[in-house]
Design a protein around this ligand. Structure first.
Ligand code: PEP
Ligand code: MN
Length: 260
């Protein structure tokens, strides 16, 4: 076993966690929650397409402290209100263990971001909840370290874990990160954990989204995540990689053709 799991985690599948019939889920939404207008215009399209999960960051792990840090708890309230209105499930990142208690009621899937994957204190705290956890792979982490991070959560009792491959740092700089599809195949082969692919943060560009989405579907992943914004050129974070609503609709139509 390459993963060398000491305690193979018996986790329900993503579809079972949320009683969804389709074994392939899409999590879409903006990089950062910015406004009600933004959130409602995106949510409406997700609902139309029967997408179940809306993502949006309220606590943003930015490289520079001078960049937009997210709307915090007010952003989460906004996300939850919009998700309720459109019957969607909310996906949002928690960066600081001290925020879990106040944030948990607004988040259906707690995201642990790439920069936080090695933060064992945070992993242990979300492990004490019973909430579904979307654990992203650290950009500098091996597959083994990724799986052991999942074990940190499971060891505290929470087995509701979904893994998310979002690319790792390599010498290649034509994409933002290098999407490690071999690791995804190994996760599928050696564990029973659900795994989704974050296409936006893996690629950092929109022009090759469709062929890569088709390729990862062929891997048998449980879903994909992508960033969609109502006005990408004015987005407060990750402007370059976010799809406009029209681009998302076109992408979705092409993807549906491939899935049939
Ligand atoms: C995100 O999904 O908002 C994010 C910051 O992604 P990552 O942690 O993969 O960089
Ligand atoms: Mn982003």
């Amino acid at each position: 076993m390459i993963s060398q799991l000491t305690h193979p985690i018996n986790s329900p599948s993503l579809a079972d966690m949320f009683e969804i019939d389709d074994g392939f889920s899409i999590m879409a939404g903006p990089c950062s929650i910015e406004s009600i207008k933004q959130m409602e215009s995106i949510a409406q399209v997700l609902k139309q397409k029967q997408i179940k999960f809306m993502r949006g960051g309220a606590y943003k792990p930015r490289t520079s402290p001078y960049d937009f840090q997210g709307l915090g708890i007010e952003g989460l309230k906004l996300l939850k209100d919009v998700c309720k209105k459109f019957s969607l499930l909310s996906v949002s990142e928690i960066l600081d263990p001290r925020d879990i208690e106040k944030a948990i009621d607004y988040i259906d899937v707690i995201q642990i971001g790439s920069r936080s994957m090695p933060n064992t204190a945070l992993l242990k705290e979300v492990g004490k909840t019973n909430h579904p956890i979307l654990l992203k792979r650290g950009m500098m982490s091996t597959l083994k370290e990724f799986l052991l991070a999942a074990e940190y959560i499971a060891c505290e009792g929470n087995k509701n874990i979904i893994l998310c491959e979002r690319g790792i740092r390599t010498i290649e700089d034509s994409t933002r990160n290098t999407l490690d599809i071999s690791s995804v195949a190994i996760i599928k082969k050696e564990t029973s954990l659900s795994v989704i692919i974050d296409l936006s943060h893996s690629l950092g560009r929109k022009d090759i989204l469709l062929p890569i989405a088709n390729a990862v579907i062929a891997l048998g992943v449980d879903g994909i995540m992508l960033e969609v914004h109502d006005d990408p050129s004015n987005a407060l974070s990750d402007s370059k990689q976010q799809l406009s609503i029209q681009e998302f609709e076109d992408f979705y139509e092409e993807l549906s053709k491939f899935r049939i």
